[in-house]
Design a protein around this ligand. Sequence first.
Ligand code: ASP
Length: 427
Amino acid sequence: MNKLSLNLQILVGTITGVGLGWWMSKLGQESATAQHALYIAKLIGTLFIDLLRMVLVPLVFTSITVGVANLRLHKQMNRVWQFTLLYFIATMMIAVLLGLTVANLVQPGSELQVAMFQNEMQNFQATQMSLPDFFAQFLHSLFQNPIAALAQGNILAVVIFALLLGIALVVGGDRYRNVLNLLQEFLELILMLIGWIMYLAPVGIMALLMQLIATQDLSLLSTLMQFVAVVLGTTLFHGMVVLPLILYLFTGMTPVTFWIGAREALITAFSTSSSAATLPITLRCAEQQLHVKRDVAGFVIPLGATMNMDGTALYEAVAALFIANLVGIELDLVQQMIVFVTAMLAAIGAPGIPSAGMVTMVVVLQSVGLPIEAIAILLPIDRILDTVRTMINVEGDLVGSVIVHHIIDSKENYANDALLSKKCKNS
Ligand code: ASP
C-alpha cells in the first residue's frame, strides 16, 4: 500500500464514518441495525485505540531516550531544550489569552440561568482538588519507579525517566554506545509496528467517527450554543491562523504543505480525542511527511503530547469564564490572571486522554472560588468539544517540532558554513 493510497483511504474512512454515524442517529438507538452496526464499530474502534496504546509506552520511552542521547550530536543541543520549552509556553499563553479575550467580549453564559442545570449539578460529585494539592500530586507523579510507570502506562513519569536516562547517555558518552544502539534498534522495531497498525487506521477512524456522531445528544449543544461557538471558534482560529502564522514566520512553510503532512495525525486526534493514543501517528507524520529529524521529533513530540496542550488551556480558561457568567460572579482582572495561570498549569498537568481537561478543570474553578459542580453542565458536550481541542493540541506539537528542527538545522548549517569559510581563508 503506497503512501498516497493510505491517505486516500483515511479520507474515505473519515467521510464514510461521519455519513454512517449520521445515518445511525437517524435510525435511532432502538433500531436493531443501528445496534449491531454500533457494536461492530465499537469493537473495531477500541481495537484500533488499543493497538496504538500497546506501542505507546515503549515508543515514548525509546524515542525520548534516543532523541535526547542523540542531541549531543548537534552542536545546538541546549537550543533544542530552550526553544522547545519556550515554544510550548509561548503558544499556550497565546491560546489562553485568545480564549480569555473573546470570552470577555462575547460573555458566553450570561443569558442562561444556572437553575436550568440544577438537576445535572445535584447528581454530580466532583473530587476536590485545590491548587496546592494539584501541584503536590503533579510533582509526585513525575518521579516514579520506572518499571511501575512503564507497566501502569504513567506517561509523564516515563517521559521524565527517559529524559534523565537520555541525559545520562549524553554525559556517559561513547562508553555506553551499546545501550544506545540497542534502544535505537528497539525504536526502529516499534516504528515498524506502527507502520503495520496504520493499515487499520482507515477502518479504525471510520468506526470511531461513526460511534461519535451516532451517540451524541445534540440538544444540549444548542442550549449552550454561544459557549460552544466561542470555544470552537477560538480553538479553530488558534489552529488555523495563529499556529500556521507562527510556523510560517519561523520556517517559511505554508499552511497547506503543513496540513497535507499532518493530516493523518490530525484526523486521528479528532477521532480518538487522545493525544497520547495519537502519538505514534504524530511521530510518524513529523518524521516521514514533515521531514523533521528523528532525534528532534523523538524529543519534541512525546514531550509535547504530555505537556503542550494549547486547545486544552484555551478551553479551561473559556469554560471558567462561562461558569462565572452562569452563576453570576464577575471575575476581576486579578482573578482572570489567576485563571490564566491555572488554565496553563491544568493543561500541562492533563494527561493526553479523552476528557482529561475536564478533570483538571477543577483546579481552575477552585482557584477563583467557582462551584466545581458546574462541570456537570459541560460534561455531556465534552466528547464533541474534546475532538477539536485534541486536534489542536496535536497540531501544536507538530508545529513545534518543525520549528525546532528548522532552527537547529539553520544554525548548524550556518555554523558549518562559517567553519568552511574559515578553513578556506586559512588555506
Ligand atoms: N483529550 C485531550 C488530549 O488528549 C486532553 C483534554 O481533555 O483536553 O489532548
